[in-house]
Ligand binder design. Structure first.
Ligand code: ZN
Length: 244
């Protein structure tokens, strides 16, 4: 039986490694999704800012067109001065000129205000672009690395499973089935624990002395009453009487 237990121990080594690789493999798609999400957020922040800028550029253009018309109007009206026949007409003309000038001045102020905002937003955009670009590149690279790692893990796991299946073929079916049952219900991929100094090293529980002796005798499969792992005598426990 001891031989069978040793084979289980080897099998457990492979299964633990496979468990570790599977956990890593399962965690990677989620990591990539989170990275992709961050990239999308950064990209939409950039496009929002670009949209806001282009809306303001449009607003500015609209006002500039109106201002041009206003300036033309002012020229036309100023040119009418020579046709004035009396003081009343003259006063009316001056008022109109004043009104147009005020209107144009207000527009110019608005345009300058929008200009300032555009400049401010452009600076902000530039900063965010610089910062975001390097992050997007970095995250993109991380995604690629993770994808590469997933392929690598797939290949390694496949090899490992072939190896462990070969090993499993040499284990007595009843024992293997028991091992497999425990492994499948284990949350951490463990079905084997070494028993050493009367302690189950899987869960650190002190084993009842009779049980520990049974484990040392290795005439049948014994499991830890606490963590349900198959107990295998550690090499130290195997030869307790032999001094080194
Ligand atoms: Zn245990």
């Amino acid at each position: 039986m001891l031989e069978e237990l040793k084979k289980l121990k080897d099998l457990q080594l492979l299964d633990s490694e496979a468990f570790r690789l599977e956990e890593e493999l399962e965690s990677l798609p989620e990591k990539n999704e989170a990275l992709q999400q961050k990239i999308s957020e950064m990209q939409s922040r950039l496009s929002e800012l670009r949209n806001a800028i282009s809306i303001q550029v449009e607003e500015k253009q609209k006002r500039e067109e109106i201002l041009h018309k206003g300036e033309d109007k002012l020229k036309v009206i100023t040119g009418k001065q020579s046709a004035i026949r009396n003081k009343e007409e003259y006063n009316a003309l001056l008022r109109e000129i004043d009104n147009i000038k005020r209107f144009n001045r207000d527009l110019s102020d608005e345009i300058a205000e929008i200009d300032k905002e555009i400049e401010f937003k452009n600076n902000e955009l530039k900063l965010i672009e610089e910062e975001t670009e390097s992050k997007i590149n970095e995250f993109g690279k991380m995604i690629k690395d993770n994808e590469k790692r997933m392929t690598e893990l797939d290949t390694n796991l496949e090899k490992m499973i072939t190896k462990r299946d070969k090993l499993a073929e040499n284990i007595r079916p009843a024992i293997y089935r028991k091992y497999q049952r425990i492994l499948e219900s284990s949350p951490n991929g463990k079905a084997i624990a070494l028993a050493e100094d009367k302690v189950c090293t899987g869960c650190n529980m002190t084993l009842p002395p009779e049980l520990f002796n049974m484990v040392l005798r290795a005439t049948r499969i014994e499991v830890c009453p606490n963590c349900q792992c198959i107990l295998v005598p550690s090499q130290k426990s195997e030869k307790p009487a032999q001094p080194q």
